[in-house]
Design a protein around this ligand. Structure first.
Ligand code: CAA
Ligand code: NAI
Length: 245
């Protein structure tokens, strides 16, 4: 029960890594607010998770500031405090640079960058009130090394690293730890869009020779959300099987 009594907000929790994180956090004793814009799946998942612990679903587009502010107020009202924020929601709109529309560049930045900004700005005042907090942002190997066809996504995930390090400096003295996880290629819907041939080529770059599982990333979130990481701040934890792209 490494998160006993903690209250966590996890964005992008209706599917993939976020959903697995919600399961792991509930199992470890946290109360979890699952946030996603996919309401149909989110409501279904929360109904399934009720047996595991106290979970609630909030339909929110993280790129919409007023929806985020409203959600954070509702979570505070329901659970009394907010200890942990996992900024996990993210999207891709892959294309080669010369074919990428400005709209697709902008959309990915709005969700992956503005979404993280909106959620963090709304949650931090509650963590300051608590005198403690854990914020975990989700970057990617693409944000660290770059990736063909991912100008928008790689830029957004590099921005996540920059925000993480800035907030670690800004809020460290207030006992709020801010860290990022940079996953490699993980078996979720996001990776299903990649042609199989590319997956095989990419796997040759992974010393562990397999894709990541959602639980590999969820366990990294767990470590960074728990008291075990109280002296870890401003770091980017690579969960990628040792890939060098
Ligand atoms: N390295 C080098 N060259 C590459 C390449 C690579 N990885 N991928 C493609 N190319 C080359 C191709 O060989 C081709 O070259 P020629 O023009 O000389 O023939 C050229 O780039 C164009 O490639 P495509 O024919 O594939 O172009 P397309 O327009 O049909 O498709 C694309 C472009 C949509 C970006 C497609 O290549 C694609 O889906 N790529 C996968 C992108 C990717 O890795 N996405 C990760 C999604 S998962 C995720 O994002 C999670 C995470 O955090 C890691
Ligand atoms: P996924 O596509 O399975 O799940 C993402 C979830 O985010 C979905 O439930 C979706 O509805 C939600 N979401 C998307 N936009 C949203 C918005 N504007 N507001 C609220 N919710 C929104 O993706 P996956 O793989 O679970 O990704 C989770 C995070 O991990 C993302 O930030 C992604 O960029 C990152 N990541 C994923 C990798 C992978 O290979 N799967 C690798 C590296 C990073």
């Amino acid at each position: 029960m490494r998160l006993q009594g903690k209250v966590a907000i996890i964005t992008g929790a209706a599917n993939g890594i976020g959903l697995e994180a919600a399961r792991v956090f509930l199992k470890e004793g946290a109360k979890v607010a699952l946030v996603d814009y996919d309401a149909m799946t989110g409501e279904k998942r929360v109904a399934e998770l009720q047996a595991e612990g106290e979970a609630a679903f909030y339909q929110v587009d993280v790129s919409n500031e007023s929806q985020v502010v409203e959600m954070v107020a509702m979570v505070k009202e329901r659970f009394g405090k907010i200890d942990i924020l996992i900024n996990n929601a993210g999207i891709t709109k892959d294309n080669m640079l010369l074919k990428m529309s400005g709209e697709d560049f902008q959309k990915v930045m709005e969700v992956n960058v503005n979404g993280v900004f909106n959620c963090t700005q709304a949650v931090v005042p509650h963590m300051l009130e608590n005198g403690k907090g854990k914020i975990i942002n989700t970057s990617s190997v693409s944000g660290i090394y770059g990736n063909v066809g991912q100008t928008n996504y790689a830029a957004s995930k590099a921005a996540v690293v920059g925000m993480t390090k800035s907030w670690a400096k800004e809020f460290g003295r207030k006992n709020i730890n801010v860290n990022a996880v940079a996953p490699g290629f993980v078996e979720t819907a996001m990776v299903e869009t990649i042609p199989e041939k590319m997956i095989q080529t990419m796997l040759q770059l992974v010393p562990l020779q397999r894709l990541g599982k959602p639980s590999d990333v969820a366990n990294a979130y767990l470590y960074l959300a728990s008291d075990e990481s109280d002296y870890v701040n401003g770091t980017v934890l690579h969960v990628d099987g040792g890939v060098m792209m």
